[in-house]
Design a protein around this ligand. Structure first.
Ligand code: NAP
Length: 475
């Protein structure tokens, strides 16, 4: 752990990190308690006084240096992520690239935090609005994007002038440690960024109770997000919550079916289906269901599962056995209610997978709304196919979920593309686009998928306060 510019090698306990591909121990990390979290908050609070006063260009220069070192250590970051959470190396390399993009983009954006001047009714008044950093930020991140979820929070925070205490997920502390080594190497002053791994409840409680922590930025499950929101009420904390999703993926009969199949295969099976934006409900219009399913099965059957470090692997293991059990439960429940397995549908049987947490890439047909998979997030490599008749019907079905993160649809009809995009109740809509995310765009959900944005100039606002200054001139 890294507190006030110093590494803590020994904590009250340790986390043992295992490679989900084979169960081998790949690292051990010190776990700290409430006292160290409070120490980190104090350090961040003290550092805020100087970091927030630096000219934006100086903060940017530190961040450019971070981006440069990350580029030099790209392969190291990618391999570490794969080792601890399993995703295929090609996916992990893509993640590291976007993680660097966040640092670079916000290094640039930090220099463009403009205010406003507002004309008033009174001739003797001058009114302006300035933007200032909110203060110390508590950031809690998940394991499924072990590198980019950290830089997606830290980059706008640092650029805005905030200081940060990060708690990474217990299943991916090694990537976090590596990122903090890079911060140290880049010369980020002591206390500006702090890393604490500990009991999730204890750490978050210390953050929520502290009046010095002005904002919480959380990415993870809706269940935990709700708890944090309730816990933050006492100190009226500003909250950004990036929570779970249940994305619809709609294929209209006028769509380019090959494009729609490719989009689904890359979006659904990336990271073994463990992404918040991955497709949970595939709706295919009746007249093209057979052609679509045939093409999909062909592509999914060709996916190779294996150790993420093996260059031939397309789909790595799930993060742990609990993840495998969830996919298994969803498939069993669906099949017992009439769904048909078109491909996959079980753990791989070959001996080389025996010690890992693998599940075969799976496609289910004849899925309906009575099945668990139609309303619970699977977080695994299972694509369930529903059919629909009309545009009106599918929009209603797609919106029938408490989640509102990502949604996708495929069509070649221009009018339909606008009509449907406007009616989908999700923070992100991909039209013929299964990967609509870059550092420059506002990523975030609505409904129970959370609030706040990450990415783009919108993401910067999350770390700023607006202050009205009214000056009455003397006669
Ligand atoms: P999770 O259980 O909510 O864990 C996420 C983080 O919260 C981890 O650091 C975890 O720490 C911590 N945590 C767990 N229980 C907590 C508690 N009671 N109080 C405070 N913190 C707590 O989520 P997950 O299963 O690891 O991640 C998958 C979920 O994240 C999915 O629902 C996915 O959709 C969502 N997600 C959303 C986005 C987005 O941008 N919207 C992106 C990625 C993932 P420990 O690891 O120490 O338990």
């Amino acid at each position: 752990m890294y507190i006030n510019g110093k590494w803590i090698e020994k904590g009250i306990d340790e986390v043992v990190v295992r490679n989900p591909a084979n169960g081998e121990v790949v690292g051990r990390v010190a776990k700290v308690g409430k006292e160290e979290v409070e120490e980190a908050i104090e350090a961040a609070n003290a550092a805020f006084k100087t970091w927030s006063k630096l000219p934006a260009i100086e903060r940017s220069n530190y961040m450019y240096r971070v981006a440069e070192i990350m580029r030099e250590r790209k392969e190291d970051l990618a391999r570490t992520g794969t080792l601890e959470m399993g995703k295929a190396l090609a996916d992990m390399r893509g993640e590291v690239q976007i993680a660097i993009d966040y640092v670079q983009w916000y290094a640039e954006e930090g220099r463009r935090v403009y205010g406003e001047t507002i004309p008033t009714n009174a001739a003797n008044k001058r009114v302006s609005v300035i933007k200032q950093p909110i203060g110390v930020v508590g950031a809690i991140t998940p394991w499924n994007f072990p590198v980019s979820m950290i830089t997606r929070k830290i980059s706008p925070a640092l650029a805005a002038g905030c200081t940060v205490v990060v708690k990474p997920a217990s299943q991916s502390p090694l990537s976090a440690k590596l990122i903090f080594e890079i911060f140290e190497e880049a010369g980020i002053p002591a206390g500006v960024v702090n890393l604490v791994l500990g009991d999730a409840r204890e750490v978050s409680e210390a953050m929520l109770k502290s009046t010095k922590v002005k904002k919480i930025s959380f990415t993870g499950s809706t269940e935990v997000g709700k708890k944090l929101m309730a816990g933050g009420a006492e100190t009226v904390k500003k909250m950004s919550l990036e929570l779970g999703g249940h994305a619809p993926y709609i294929v209209f009969e006028d769509a380019d079916l090959d494009l729609a199949v490719d989009g689904l295969v890359s979006g659904k099976f990336r990271c073994a289906g463990q992404t918040c934006v991955c497709m949970n409900r595939v709706y295919v219009q009746e007249s093209v269901i057979e052609a679509f399913s045939e093409k999909l099965v062909e592509k999914v059957s060709a996916l190779k599962i294996g150790n993420g470090l093996d260059s031939a692997t397309n789909v790595g293991p799930l993060v742990d056995q609990k993840g495998v059990e969830k996919s298994e439960e969803h498939v069993k429940d669906a099949v017992s209610k009439g769904a048909k397995v078109l491909v996959g549908g079980q753990r791989p049987q070959q001996p080389e997978f025996a010690n890992g947490s693998f599940y075969e890439p799976t496609v289910l047909a004849n899925v309906d709304e009575t099945m668990l998979i139609s309303y619970e997030e699977t977080f695994g490599p299972v694509a369930p196919i529903f059919t629909f008749k009309t545009e009106e019907e599918v929009i209603e079905k797609a919106n029938n979920t408490p989640y509102g993160l990502a949604s996708y649809f495929y069509t070649n009809d221009l009018s339909r593309s606008h009509r449907v995009a406007e009616q989908l109740e999700f923070g992100i809509v991909g039209v013929n686009d299964s990967l609509p995310i870059t550092a420059a765009v506002p990523f975030g959900g609505i409904k129970e998928s959370g609030n706040g944005k990450e990415g783009g100039h919108h993401g910067m606002e999350e770390y700023l306060i607006e202050k009205l200054i009214s000056v009455r001139l003397q006669d």
